[in-house]
Structures are given as C-alpha cells and as structure tokens.
Design a protein around this ligand. Structure first.
Ligand SMILES: Cc1ncc(COP(=O)(O)O)c(C=O)c1O
Length: 494
C-alpha cells in the first residue's frame, strides 16, 4: 500500500519491520529509551507582519558557517517564526521542530488572513461578473499575477499562468508545447536528479510523439555538466533542469571545472543548438532571488505551497511569444473568445491556459505570501539560509556512519537549505518515525519523488531535513541531538 506513495516507500532495513504502521509505532513507544532534551525557549506572541526585518547577517564576511556566525541576535529565524502560528505547537511532548520545508512550507498569519478575508469579504467568481464583489475578486486575482510577475522579474504579466501546482505547470508545457513541437527522434535532455514531476510528463509526451529522453547522469553526486554539454545537439528540442535539487541540495548547475556556473550557462548552450529550456524552480523561488530574464529561461515553474503560500496554486512562467504560439492545455470556460457548435477560438495568454474557475483564494494567498517574503527580502532569506544550511551540513557530518548526499559546501559550492542523508543500517523511515514520536522533529523519509536519482545514488530512500528562514540554529542543535539519540536507540536495540 505505502509502496506507491511518493514519500513513503516501504522500509527495508532489518530494523524497519518493527516500525512501520500504527501498531509498530506503539511498539516503538513502548520500548524506547526516552530521552527528553531541554525544552526550546517558548515562542513569543505573534508580531504584526508589517514590521521591518532588520537583522545582522553580513553574508560577505561569511564563508563556512560556524555556530558563531549564527549567534547574531536576533537571527532571522527568531524574528520571523512568531509570524507562523503553527510553529508554536507542542508535538509528542516537544516544541515542534519543522524540518520538512522542501515538501511544503508553513504559512504566516498574513497569508492565512488574506485567505479568510477573501472568503469573508469578497468571495466571488473572477472575470465574469460586473458586480462589486466580482470586480474586487478579479482585481485581487489579477494583482496576484502582477506580484508573481514582479517577483520573478517577468517582462510581461501575461507570461504568468496560474496552475494548481508546479506539476500541473510542467504538464501544461508537455501537453501543449510538447505535443505541438516534438517529432519522432527529437530529444529531450534532462538530468537524472529531476523530480518525478519533471520526468513523467515527458515520458508520456515522448511516447505520444516519438521523442526520446536523454539523461544527464551524476558525477560526484551532482549532474555531470560535461556530459550535459555533450548531450546537446541539433536534435535537442527541450532541456529540462531543476534549479535546486530537492535531494542533492546543489544549486544546479554546479561545479564545472571547480567553479559554480549559473543556470544561464546551460540556457546558453541549449539555445545555441536551438533547444528550449524549462527550469523547475520549486526549490529555488522560495529561497533566493530568481530572475527569469537574467536566466533567459523559456519556461519556469514553481509551487505556492513551498513559498509560504497556500496549496492549490502554482505558476508557469513562459516567454510570451512561446505561450502565444501554444494551443490550449484544457478546454472550457474562460479560455475562449468565441464558441460555435463545431469549433472555438481561443483567448490570448494567460486566459488561454486558465480554463474554468481558477483557485482564486489560493492565487490571492500566493500574492500575500510574495508580499510577506518581499518584506523580508529574498537576499536576506538566502544569506541566512546559506549559513544555517552549512551549519546543518557540518553538524550532520559529525554524526557517525552518516552519508549526506550532494557536495560539501565550500567557497565555490553553495548548498540549498536541506540535507538528504542515510545512516548505515538504519532505514530512513525508522529515523523519521523516531524523530517525530520521540522528539517532535518533522523530517521526511522516502525517495522524495526522485527515484531515478536515488537509484543513481545506490539507495532506494533517504531521510531529509529541509530548512526555511524561520528555522534556527537551536533547532538544528535539537535535531542533531535527537538524531544521535535515534541512532543510539536503533544500534543498541538491534
Ligand atoms: C524540485 C521539485 N520539483 C517539483 C515538485 C513538485 O511540486 P508540486 O507537488 O507542488 O507540484 C517538487 C515538490 O516536492 C520539487 O521539490
């Protein structure tokens, strides 16, 4: 049953059979050597989201995080976490440590308020009504589009299509652009480290069109950029690449001749052979400045729920000339200009790709999330997370028998704020279960929707701790201590 779920493959280690399912959970509780760690300091009451976020984080002076780098007081994590009501709770007897941000982020009060305000004050369908509520909802929905366009620096607001999530945005490109442009023998180049949402739609479209998928493999646990460059040819019609891996944590593209290359380099290579580039920015847009014009990407996707916004919303950025040339993805209301009995004419983008009633509240909530992130500043978020993630990496490295996937941080290699790891002879699901039940620490276990990548790494699952700007060094310390306790439990109980 669990085997088909994206994030919960069956545990396979010798210890695992004890600890999967509710029965084993109680068993685990019954035999666990409880170790209670000092309570984390209580979180103060929520502050207004309108406050300014003045923190000291001199990124220029920073190379590799040491605890003192994060001791600046107050840290961005300490300042912002009161904005997130959910973080104030106690889980399994411990103050919650939420380290599953790569799966979904928590939502600040301002986003929750924007959602309830919509339903309390101006719930109405968009684009269709002439009445007050409909006009107000339409304004707010379209204003949210402006906010997304500004956030990623799109040249034209029509280049932003609201979708249900990043997955739907990729499917939109696959079914619309792919079906129109791909022919037998055409090649789609993608990396082995892509999320399933960047693989499966292309498998489906390749089957329909006769196109072929070409994978860039790993070298030293990052996509091999030499191979990447070598795979590009006049047959390449599309390049699909993640911006930041949800497992390896490398900013892709990564080390090439020892230096960090920006993704615009891959775009350059791809455009030289006439290929379009789709970037999966699910793990970058929430954490750093992403500028679609600077990157010169053709398509880029992201999900609202990973960037403090609600679930049920995501977006596709596409260059307007490409979007204008593409056929609809779904047919129905809103995406037409005229409908006759035997044919219809289609609206211009973005409406052409937003058939039916959209997720109105969710798009408005995404706009509120962008306001919130912008009030902090994406550079500030990125700089803080860089320090915190390096601290996490080095603290984790000190844990015996651990393997952390992806490159070590250095002057030239920057890691995103997550670590996927395995500990010898302990299944990651056992680790995640124990951390949750015995310590109130939420991490993810499984293949993280990246099975080809895990196969390439020689494992079928990993544990993953993923941070966001509201996490703190103290939480990393709690997590590390809890992990050590977890390992002790499993190694002594074996
Ligand atoms: C790198 C990456 N791409 C794509 C996705 C898919 O996002 P969604 O499920 O919101 O469509 C995820 C979600 O985990 C991701 O981490």
């Amino acid at each position: 049953m669990a085997a088909s779920l994206c994030h919960f493959p069956p545990a396979v280690s010798s210890s695992s059979s004890l600890f999967v399912g509710s029965k084993s959970r109680s068993l685990l509780l019954a035999v666990s050597p409880f170790k209670h760690f000092p309570s984390k300091s209580s979180i103060s009451a929520s502050l207004p989201w309108t406050r300014s976020y003045a923190v000291s984080n001199d990124a220029a002076a920073f190379s590799v995080a040491s605890p003192s780098d994060l001791r600046e007081s107050p840290s961005l994590g300490e300042i912002t976490r009161p904005d997130f009501p959910i973080l104030r709770q106690v889980v399994n007897g411990f103050n919650l440590v939420y380290f599953d941000n790569a799966a979904t982020s928590q939502k600040p009060s301002s986003v929750i308020k924007a959602l309830s305000e919509y339903y309390e004050l101006y719930n109405s369908n968009v684009h269709r009504g002439v009445h007050y509520l409909s006009a107000k909802a339409t304004d707010a929905y379209e204003e949210a589009r402006n906010k997304v366009a500004n956030f990623v620096n799109a040249a034209d607001r029509r280049e932003i299509i609201f979708t249900r999530n990043a997955t739907e945005a990729i499917n939109l490109v696959a079914y619309s652009w792919g079906a129109l442009n791909l022919r037998p023998g055409d090649e789609i180049v993608l990396t082995i480290a892509e999320h399933h949402s960047s693989i499966v739609p292309w498998q489906i479209v390749a089957k329909k069109t006769g196109a072929v998928l070409k994978y860039v493999e790993l070298t030293k646990e990052v996509p091999d950029l030499d191979q990447f460059k070598g795979l590009l040819s006049k047959n390449t019609k599309l390049v699909v690449a993640h911006h930041v891996s949800n497992v390896l944590a490398n900013l892709t593209p990564i080390t090439f001749s020892g230096s960090v290359l920006p993704i615009d380099e891959i775009v350059d290579w791809s455009h030289k052979v006439g290929a379009k580039v789709l970037v999966d920015a699910c793990q970058s847009v929430p954490h750093m400045v992403v500028d679609v014009q600077k990157l010169n990407v053709d398509f880029l996707v992201a999900s609202s729920h990973k960037m403090c916004g609600p679930t049920g919303a995501g977006f596709l950025y596409g260059k307007i000339n490409l979007l204008s040339s593409m056929p609809p993805f779904l047919g129905g209301g809103e995406m037409i200009t005229d409908v006759f009995q035997d044919y219809s004419t289609y609206a211009e983008p973005p409406s052409r790709f937003e058939a039916g009633t959209p997720a109105i509240a969710e798009a408005i909530g995404l706009g509120a999330a962008i306001d919130y992130l912008s009030s902090i500043g994406m550079e500030k978020i990125h700089n803080y997370e860089k320090k915190l993630s390096e601290y996490l990496y080095y603290q984790l490295s000190s844990v015996p028998n651990i393997h952390i996937y992806g490159p070590a941080p250095s002057d030239t290699v920057h890691r995103a704020a997550l670590c996927a790891f395995n500990v010898d002879n302990i299944h990651p699901t056992d680790i995640a279960t124990f951390l949750d039940e015995q310590h109130g620490v939420a991490v993810r276990s499984g293949h993280h929707c990246a099975q080809p990548l895990h196969r390439a790494l020689g494992v079928n699952a990993s544990a993953r701790a993923s941070l966001y700007f509201y996490n703190t060094k103290e939480e990393v310390d709690t997590f590390i201590q809890a992990l050590k306790d977890t390992i002790e439990f499993f190694t002594t109980a074996a």
